[in-house]
Design a protein around this ligand. Structure first.
Ligand SMILES: Cc1cc2nc3c(=O)[nH]c(=O)nc-3n(C[C@H](O)[C@H](O)[C@H](O)COP(=O)(O)OP(=O)(O)OC[C@H]3O[C@@H](n4cnc5c(N)ncnc54)[C@H](O)[C@@H]3O)c2cc1C
Length: 321
């Protein structure tokens, strides 16, 4: 049962870390309010749908469990049809789309989408969030920031300088992504195998239809990720210029016999954590301010999961269990 009289807990960000911390706190009876700046939950476990109905997992490509906790979570997702194995080596993907497990975590919880938090103000026991559109949320007893580290550092700096300093030391590699759709007979391989080509510009490419639960009909959708070096070199170009340049690199690898029907780039400025904090989460029990995200432990889905769980335990006073 939720503790009705008590001020709630605000969770900033509805990626996996935010989804996990919100789910665990709600399961323990805490009132949570999730605030997400984009149009839906998922974060970098992302799925883009175009107006033409094409769907691309243009962020994280797969996840894998190294520890038993995330392994049990994946098994539970798979049992509910929210995730499915993909190929060898214990790889899983969200099913039928990458963002599905996160959407399921926050289903039924209070979630404001399209709400970017601009500032945290107030004092311990009565924090308030100022939203970029001028709205406000609060007072709340605790604020948990699960945005990428540079954004978390900016939000925390005025109210929790020590936490902001820890977040401020995190380093990321960017990733420029390209979403391609081709006429069915334009590609020789069927489907294009997931691959990490030995290539200066291209780090990864995979065909959506090679993943479980995806539509297999035409057109054929390919996601391409640029290498960190190529992404850094082209980061500030327009999306149109990035799409054109990355297509020029990818087309020979795909051996396409026709031009793509769709070629749209996405800029992941904070894609892959290179230097994490090295602690499972950040939490200051006195102020009620904390943070979690893959950037606490390392740049993969499991790190976001472990960090979110650690923060929920810390908030509930169970850190030493
Ligand atoms: C291109 C790419 C490929 C990847 N491939 C893999 C892979 O194959 N395997 C793997 O394990 N990992 C991969 N990763 C990493 C993986 O996606 C991340 O580790 C994980 O999804 C991070 O989850 P998170 O909850 O910590 O952060 P995020 O998913 O980034 O969630 C943070 C959320 O906070 C929101 N937010 C930010 N600022 C605000 C604000 N001011 N107000 C409100 N909301 C805000 C954001 O919109 C976002 O939804 C990849 C990442 C990218 C970008």
């Amino acid at each position: 049962m939720a503790e009705q009289g008590k001020p709630g807990i605000a969770v900033i960000g509805a990626g996996l870390a935010g989804g996990i911390v919100a789910r665990d706190l709600a399961a323990a009876g805490r009132r949570v309010h999730i605030v997400e700046k984009s149009r839906g939950a998922g974060g970098r476990m992302a799925t883009r749908r175009t107006p033409e109905g094409l769907s691309f997992d243009h962020g994280a490509q797969f996840f894998r469990a190294h520890g038993p906790d995330f392994g049990a979570e994946i098994a539970a997702w798979a049992a509910r049809g929210l995730a499915a194995p993909w190929g060898a080596d214990g790889r899983f993907v969200g099913a039928p789309a990458m963002n599905v497990p996160v959407k399921a975590l926050v289903a039924g919880l209070p979630l404001a989408v399209g709400s970017a938090v601009g500032a945290i103000t107030g004092a311990p026991g009565r924090w308030e969030l100022t939203l970029a559109d001028g709205g406000r949320l609060g007072p709340v007893a605790a604020v948990l920031v699960t945005a990428p580290a540079p954004q978390a550092a900016t939000l925390l700096a005025p109210v929790a300088p020590a936490l902001a300093e820890a977040a401020g030391g995190v380093r990321y590699a960017p990733c420029l992504a390209l979403m391609l759709a081709y006429p069915p007979d334009a590609l020789a391989d069927a489907p294009v195998p997931a691959q990490r080509p030995d290539h200066g510009a291209i780090a990864w490419m995979a065909e959506e239809a090679s993943k479980p639960g995806r539509a297999t009909g035409a057109p054929r959708r390919i996601v391409v990720h640029a290498t960190p070096a190529w992404s850094r070199a082209h980061l500030e170009e327009t999306p149109e210029a990035i799409a054109q340049a990355l297509l020029a690199e990818a087309a020979p690898l795909l051996a396409a016999s026709a031009a793509p029907l769709h070629a749209v780039a996405h800029r992941w400025r904070y894609a892959l954590v290179e230097e994490p904090v090295g602690r499972a989460c950040l939490w200051d029990a006195e102020s009620g301010l904390g943070a979690a995200g893959d950037w606490c432990l390392g740049g993969r889905v499991e790190a976001a999961y472990d960090s979110g769980r650690a923060l929920a335990r810390a908030v509930l006073g169970e850190a030493s269990r």
